[in-house]
Every structure is written in structure tokens, then in C-alpha cells.
Design a protein around this ligand. Structure first.
Ligand code: ZN
Length: 201
């Protein structure tokens, strides 16, 4: 059943139809389940796919993730070329530059899902929690206010993600797209050891 949904979704994506926000999230969740279970399908890695999307991209999801080398979105969600529009920066923060990229993908490329992905033992969040911000001041300025009440790194990472989600939902372009049910904006937490992505409520 899962394979059927997967192939139907690929077909829909390849034909250029829009994927609904809930289907887009399900594609990410299913891909992560395959990754965790060591059952990767490695979709859309072929030269055919490369040629098919050379003239036009139509990614179905935006991932805002950390630069950490262990949290590579295409791998942990088992996706391929042209599937994910990715913004990666330490601490998965969103300032004006990142917001421009997100809005471009949401408004012009028609992505249906915006996932802010924090991760276990994030170095940037840990540094801010410990007050060691001298080398990452611009990033710390964005993380600091969000994690004031956090008691440990996991809580701080999740607070940071939730704060970014709330912020993004209020920005004009995304607010309009969310109201029209064109895109959903959600948070996730990636566990380094298990590979599991928890969708945050
Ligand atoms: Zn990190």
C-alpha cells in the first residue's frame, strides 16, 4: 500500500500536478520511515529524472534544516533530484535572506509543505544555551529569544523550531498561502542515532 502511494505520488509530481499539503507531508514521513528501516528506494536519482527537470523544477516540499553534515534532507527523507527545495544554515534559523528563499519556493515553485527541521545535539543551539555565542553572533541573535525557558538542548532545539514555525506563519506571503491551503508549515525534530523525524505538535 505504501509503495502504491509512493509511486502514485511520484507520478503526480512528475506530471507537474500539485500535491496537497497533507500528501506532501506524508511523502516526507514515508521517505523517513524507509530511511529508518534501511529500505531506501532512492527515487529520482536517474539521468532520465535529471533531464526531465533540467528546464523546470517543481519540488514538493521546502526543508529548512541545519548545516550539520549528519542531517542531509534528501538522504533522511529518501528523496531525489528536484524533490526538495532546501535552505540549510546552522541552527536552521530564518533571517531575511532565508525568508526570501522560502517565499520564492512557496510562491513561485508551488511547494506544498514547509518543514522546519531541528535536530538532536545541535551545536548552534547548544552554544547559545551555554552562552558561547562569540563566534556565531548573528545566528545566536535569532536563536536566543526562542530558547529562554529551555532546560536542556532537546527542549531548546524544539523551542527554536516552534518559534520559527510561528514566525513564518505570520509572514505575509506564507500567511496568504496557508489561508488558501496551498502549503502547510510544520516543525520536526531529527534524532541522530535512530534517524527518526518526529513531527512536532
Ligand atoms: Zn545543528
Amino acid at each position: 500500500m505504501r509503495k502504491t502511494i509512493f509511486f502514485l505520488s511520484c507520478l503526480v509530481a512528475n506530471l507537474g500536478f500539485s500535491i496537497t499539503p497533507s500528501n506532501a507531508l506524508q511523502l516526507l514521513i514515508d521517505g523517513n520511515h524507509r530511511y529508518v528501516a534501511d529500505q531506501l528506494m532512492r527515487p529520482n536519482h536517474s539521468s532520465d529524472r535529471r533531464e526531465a527537470i533540467a528546464a523546470k523544477q517543481k519540488p514538493f516540499a521546502i526543508i529548512v534544516g541545519c548545516s550539520d553534515s549528519r542531517v542531509a534532507p534528501e538522504i533522511i527523507f529518501d528523496q531525489g533530484l528536484g524533490d526538495l527545495f532546501i535552505v540549510r544554515v546552522a541552527g536552521n534559523v530564518v533571517g531575511p535572506v532565508e525568508l526570501d528563499s522560502i517565499e520564492y519556493a512557496a510562491d513561485h515553485l508551488g511547494c506544498s509543505c514547509l518543514l522546519i527541521l531541528g535536530h538532536e545535539a545541535c551545536g548552534a543551539v547548544t552554544a547559545v544555551l551555554d552562552g558561547h555565542t562569540q563566534d556565531i553572533e548573528a545566528i545566536a541573535d535569532l536563536i536566543g529569544p526562542a530558547i529562554k525557558g529551555a532546560k536542556n538542548v532537546e527542549e531548546a532545539v524544539k523551542d527554536n523550531v516552534r518559534s520559527i514555525v510561528q514566525h513564518l506563519k505570520k509572514t505575509p506571503v506564507l500567511k496568504k498561502l496557508i489561508a488558501k491551503k496551498k502549503i502547510n508549515c510544520i516543525g520536526g525534530y531529527y534524532e541522530l542515532g535512530s534517524g527518526n523525524v518526529e513531527i512536532l505538535k
